[in-house]
Design a protein around this ligand. Structure first.
Ligand code: HDD
Length: 751
């Protein structure tokens, strides 16, 4: 070997061949190759997507980018090095005593590489482990200085950079996106007065009233400890056992069993701060405030059967959806709104505003729009940003303050605490994604992984040796807690109004549309059907009787219960609720802006399809902002009667569940081929069953018929045209904009 080396011959002449070095596929040694920026930045599918929605991604336009630039690493044109910056000559082979001899301990290059790899993983979040994030900004509509001195609301048009992370709660880091679960909606505002974290959910209430019960709640919903099942699911005994014994969870259960818990997209769900917070203005005056975020695209959900199937077809469904939309320049946007009320109003409500299991109906306190939240940049690196971002409810800024909500109190402790073990020490605020844009000056020192290099010999205050710096900001500039008077005895207990658990569960259920109510019944029936202990099922149904008798009866019927259990005893006589029905609680209240942008549509193709028709439809749909895929029996060329097509998805790799609608165009031969293909039939059946828009042109209708779909009658969202017309795409888009056609649903499904 030594001879070969000195003669300039590679140690293993065949190794290079394996790596393709002699096929011209690999970059030359010792140099870099220029990579086009698009190729470096995007995956093929993203480029494809971008091309399809017709808008290029805007690169790097984000204010937080400035702060992060300092730590961004771009290896283009750079030589490979160790962590000490030593250039590495050979990244293929470890150092050995002879080609077939033992590896050497002194191979610091191998050891550094393996050691680092061995420690790549950090503990996942104890809850909300699975999530996806993006950068953006909040833009204030008008100054809110009369209500708050918080920096984001200081001036009309003011923009504050944000990082937002969406998540599921129960599943582990690698679990599916489409589990039935609450979604986290956590926003880090990098304000010029420091970071404000609003750590909310897509549901405005919570399961429990007091942080004391949080570990119990999470232990009940997480996989059962003896066998570690089920993953990312609440449909199991321990969850429902706990729920049935905690009547305060009833309201939240209604939301969690509704379509809210299976959103179509993170971009199509609401966000809520959940707790009552305080706004405090420069004069020290305070009002109560609840935070709301409403998506511009409207609130839309999946149906359960679809969510189950998507979890197999694309476990990253929501992550991909968010990434691709932002990458395509289709920036998701929410309108931020507030409910503002004072102490006198709070005292007058039949419920307690410190109780996180209660909403304040919009009929009592309307939501006032105050700005917009826009996400316009994907992270550069998932781990560095989305995984390491640390949201803490304790992070508030002057102008925002807490209330005495006992759930919030526990949270103020928990989030900072959890980051210390998750991110390895108390300096997690120095990680670039967590570092405020506002300067940080204090006398906290040292700890694991300290980045800042503090100068001088003074690390205490008061001091004279450093001129008294850093000095106290004082009440004019600094954070001052709202001086809420406290006069009572220390007790463990709850206020009286906390004992009423059913009024708002009833309000929620009765405010849903008929299909939404059916979905809640279906979800409860499904979840409880997975519960193996009959007494637990009965106890849940007993609780439901306090919500709505027809709901309880329908669930009992679905579970094959012969008789209804007695209703659970109530702790107090329910007060008369202020509001009996609140239309705002239905998802249908927010249909969105009527646009079909970023909706995904499949054009089913096979040899013999009318290629000209496919292209005309595709062009018109893309023009409307739809993301179009040609789905064939296989990828690649499809004979299209003079206009050949290039199928960019297959019936195997893109089942119907990843689309919002489907079209089968004309072409006898193609229709025959698709009618004989079980995958195509399943595709259409699922599209129909999941209440999505479905169109057939000419012979395409035969494929629908072969799938058992009646094309004769008039069915919502089922469009059948004898011949292709110029208006087809418009008709399809009008139906697509409605998202779903629930009038088609039957129990059990007929298709
Ligand atoms: Fe929590 C994470 C939302 C109650 C303790 N929570 C976490 C995240 C969200 C929420 C969105 C993920 C943040 C991210 O993306 O990194 N949590 C809520 C909401 C609650 C709530 C809306 C009720 C209104 N949480 C709650 C309580 C406690 C916690 C009562 C404990 C007493 N939550 C945590 C935590 C987590 C967390 C253990 C896990 C990872 C993390 O904080 O950073 O501290």
């Amino acid at each position: 070997a030594t001879d070969a080396a000195s003669a300039g011959i590679p140690y293993n002449q065949h190794k290079a061949g394996e790596h393709g070095l002699d096929h011209g596929h690999a970059p030359p040694q010792g140099e870099s190759v220029a990579v086009a920026p698009e190729a470096a930045a995007s995956t093929l599918s993203e480029q494809n997507e971008t091309a399809k929605t017709g808008q290029p991604a805007q690169a790097g336009v984000n204010a937080v980018g400035g702060g992060l630039d300092r730590v961004r690493v771009d290896s283009g044109g750079q030589v490979l090095t160790t962590n000490q910056g030593v250039p590495v000559a050979d990244n293929q082979n470890s150092l050995k005593a002879g080609l077939r001899g033992p590896a050497l301990l002194k191979d610091f290059i191998l050891r550094e590489k393996i050691t680092h790899f061995d420690h790549e993983r950090i503990p996942e979040r104890i809850v909300h482990a699975r999530g996806s994030g993006a950068h953006g900004y909040f833009e204030c509509y008008d100054a809110l200085t009369q209500l708050t001195c918080a920096a984001p609301f200081a001036a009309k048009g003011k923009r504050t950079p944000v990082f937002v992370r969406f998540s599921t709660v129960a599943g582990e880091r690698g679990s599916k996106d489409t589990a039935r679960d609450v979604r986290g909606f956590a926003i880090k505002f990098y304000t010029d007065q420091g970071n404000w974290d609003l750590v909310g959910n897509n549901i405005p209430v919570f399961f429990i009233q007091d942080a004391m019960k949080f570990p119990d709640l999470i232990h009940a919903v997480k996989p059962e400890p003896h066998h570690g099942m089920p993953q990312a699911a609440s449909a199991h005994d321990t969850f429902w056992d706990f729920m049935s014994l905690m009547p305060e969870s009833t309201h939240m259960i209604m939301w969690a069993m509704s379509d809210r818990a299976i959103p179509r997209s993170y971009r199509m769900m609401q966000g809520f701060g959940v707790h009552t917070f305080r706004f405090v203005n420069a004069e020290g005056e305070s009002v109560f405030v609840k935070f709301h975020f409403s998506p511009k695209l409207g609130t839309h959900s999946q149906v359960w059967d679809e969510a189950v199937k998507v979890s197999g077809a694309d476990p990253d469904f929501h992550r991909r959806d968010l990434w691709e939309a932002i990458d395509a320049g289709e920036y998701p946007e929410w309108e931020m709104g507030i409910q503002v009320f004072d102490q006198a109003q709070a005292d007058s409500f039949s419920f307690d505003i410190l109780d996180a299991t209660k909403i304040i109906p919009e009929e009592l306190v309307p939501v006032t729009p105050i700005g917009r939240l826009v996400l316009d940049r994907n992270p550069d690196n998932f781990f560095a940003e989305t995984e390491q971002v640390a949201f803490c409810t304790a992070h508030v800024v002057p102008g925002i303050d807490f209330t005495n909500d006992p759930l919030l109190a526990g949270r103020i402790h928990s989030y900072v605490d959890t980051q210390i073990s998750r991110l390895g020490g108390p300096n997690f605020h120095e990680l670039p994604i967590n570092a405020p844009l506002a300067p940080v000056h204090n006398n906290q020192r040292d700890g694991m992984h300290r980045q800042a290099i503090h100068r001088g010999r003074v690390a205490y205050e008061p001091n004279s040796l450093a001129g008294g710096c850093p000095f106290q900001a004082g009440a004019k500039m600094g954070f001052v807690s709202f001086p809420e008077p406290v006069t009572q005895d220390e007790v463990r207990g709850k206020p009286e109004k906390f004992a009423e658990h059913y009024n708002q569960a009833t309000l929620f259920y009765r405010s849903q549309s008929e299909p939404e109510q059916q979905h809640i019944i279906g979800a409860l029936t499904f979840e409880l059907s997975k519960v193996t202990v009959p007494a637990v099922r009965r106890r849940v149904v007993a609780g439901l009787r306090n919500v709505d008798e027809t709901l309880a009866q329908a669930v009992a019927d679905g579970l094959g219960m012969l008789d209804l259990p007695d209703p659970l005893p109530r702790a107090i006589e329910p007060p008369k609720p202020e509001v009996e029905v609140s239309p705002a609680l239905s998802l249908l209240a927010r249909p969105g802006d009527g646009s079909v942008r970023t909706r995904k549509v499949a054009l089913l193709v096979a040899d013999g399809v009318d290629g000209g028709q496919v292209l005309a439809l595709a062009k018109a749909l893309i023009g409307a902002g739809v993301v179009v895929r040609m789905v064939g029996p296989h990828l690649g060329r499809v004979a299209g009667g003079g206009t050949d097509l290039d199928a960019d998805a297959s019936l195997d790799n893109h089942p119907s569940t990843v689309f919002d609608g489907a079209i089968v165009v004309d072409g006898e031969q193609a229709a025959a081929a698709l009618s004989a293909d079980g995958r195509a039939l399943e595709f259409l059946r699922d599209t129909y069953r999941h209440a999505k828009t479905l169109m057939a042109v000419g012979a395409g209708a035969k494929v629908l018929q072969a799938a058992g779909i009646d094309t004769q009658g008039s069915v919502d969202g089922l469009l059948v045209a004898k011949t292709h017309g110029a208006k087809d795409a418009d008709t399809f888009c009008a139906a697509l904009a409605l998202h779903r056609h629930f009038s088609r649903e039957t129990n059990p499904p007929q298709v």
